[in-house]
Design a protein around this ligand. Structure first.
Ligand code: ADP
Ligand code: MG
Length: 357
């Protein structure tokens, strides 16, 4: 029968994107400098992520795929200064419940050999065996939603679109992750493997963008480097959610930086750049429709009607936002969004005025 576990853990893994997101974030949390993502049949057959990070230590083998087991959060107070992507211990447990093969190969830096771990649907460790492996971890997620016929059917129907969406998400991780080599491939029917894209271990985001979108893209971009102090009168020190989120009374610094690369504010230039908007909060890829809208509005006021290329990392105090609002952590709540949008638009206009057209 279908366990409670299987139903309750459907939240963090809702689609193909969330699988790729969770596995890539785990690789980055493990300090990987190389992340390889391999899709089979656009992800319908399997998604495999291999990293060269820390590996999993043997004392964690039994627990990693159990619900709410995480090695990343020592105390609740740590939530206020979160530096890892993961902290809930839900991804592996959900993947065990929602996909067919739950196999991990891992080797820690001090391990002489690799270990292959197999898990039951409940996340309980089924068995281990010794295998040859390089340092790091490989996770294979096979036949996502095999046991949920309606969601599986839906996935089969939409897989082409889902695969394009997942690539866009991986572009964002690859562009923001400096010093990390990404390589993404897809093997479709008849075993033909095609490279989707790859990056080198670049020291800056500009070179990552060139790797992903082509060097020509850079000529149509200008650096984005905004900094402003939020007006404290607009900013209640501790809103209800901030109080729940933080155990501290100190609202933290109100200083905000927005850095990245954006289309030149010149009519006609938008055509040379891909129609892409990538937004990050403290280097965490996320969807922020209101922020996108603010950028677009400023471009429109300069009569630029093509959608601009936006790559913008909003850097602010961890007390100024909440990542804990949705289980998949894709949504982020900025506590003072209205003030931030006003500041952003003003600063952008100033940047464009100063820009030599
Ligand atoms: P979380 O990331 O929130 O801790 P996950 O379910 O994603 O939860 O992972 C559970 C645990 O498994 C992690 O805390 C980590 O110890 C281990 N783990 C998962 N993936 C990797 C990886 N690629 N490299 C090293 N450890 C990993
Ligand atoms: Mg995780």
């Amino acid at each position: 029968g279908r366990s409670v576990h299987q139903i309750q853990s459907g939240q963090v893994i809702i689609d193909l994107c969330s699988v790729a997101k969770e596995l890539v974030e785990n690789a980055l949390d493990a300090g990987a400098t190389s992340v390889e993502v391999r899709f089979k049949n656009n992800g319908l057959d399997s998604i495999e992520v291999q990293d060269n990070g820390s590996g999993i230590s043997p004392e964690d083998f039994e627990t990693i795929a159990l619900k709410h087991h995480t090695s990343k959060l020592a105390t609740y107070d740590d939530l206020t200064s979160l530096t890892t992507f993961g902290f809930r211990g839900e991804a592996l447990s959900s993947l065990c419940a929602l996909s067919k093969f739950h196999i991990i190969t891992t080797r820690a830096s001090d391990g002489p050999k690799g270990t292959k771990l197999e898990f039951e649907q409940s996340g309980k460790l089924k068995g281990t065996s010794v295998v040859a492996a390089k340092q790091g971890t490989t996770v294979v997620v096979d036949t996502l939603f095999y046991n949920l016929p309606v969601r599986r059917k839906e996935l089969e129907k939409t897989i082409k679109r889902e695969y394009q969406k997942v690539l866009q998400l991986l572009h964002a991780y690859a562009c923001i992750s400096t010093g990390v080599k990404f390589s993404v491939s897809n093997t479709v029917a008849k075993g033909k493997k095609t490279m989707a894209f790859s990056t080198n271990s670049n020291p800056n985001t500009k070179e990552n963008i060139a790797n992903v979108y082509g060097a020509k893209t850079l000529t149509a971009l200008i650096p984005l480097d905004l900094e402003f102090e939020m007006d404290p009168s607009n900013v209640p020190g501790s809103t209800q959610s901030a109080r729940n989120w933080s155990t501290q009374e100190d609202p933290g610094s109100r200083n905000i930086k927005i850095v990245g690369h954006i289309s030149r504010p010149v009519v006609g230039e938008g055509r040379q750049t891909p129609d892409r908007q990538m937004l990050f909060v403290n280097s965490r890829p996320c969807g922020l429709p209101q922020v996108s809208k603010a950028f677009n509005e400023v471009y429109k006021s300069y009569n630029i009607t093509q959608s601009p290329f936006i790559f913008a990392d909003i850097r602010l105090d961890t007390n100024a936002y909440d990542v804990n609002v949705s289980p998949d952590k894709r949504e982020i709540l900025l506590h003072d969004q209205t003030a931030l949008l006003e500041n952003l638009k003003n600063a952008l206009v100033e940047l464009f005025e100063g820009h030599d057209q």
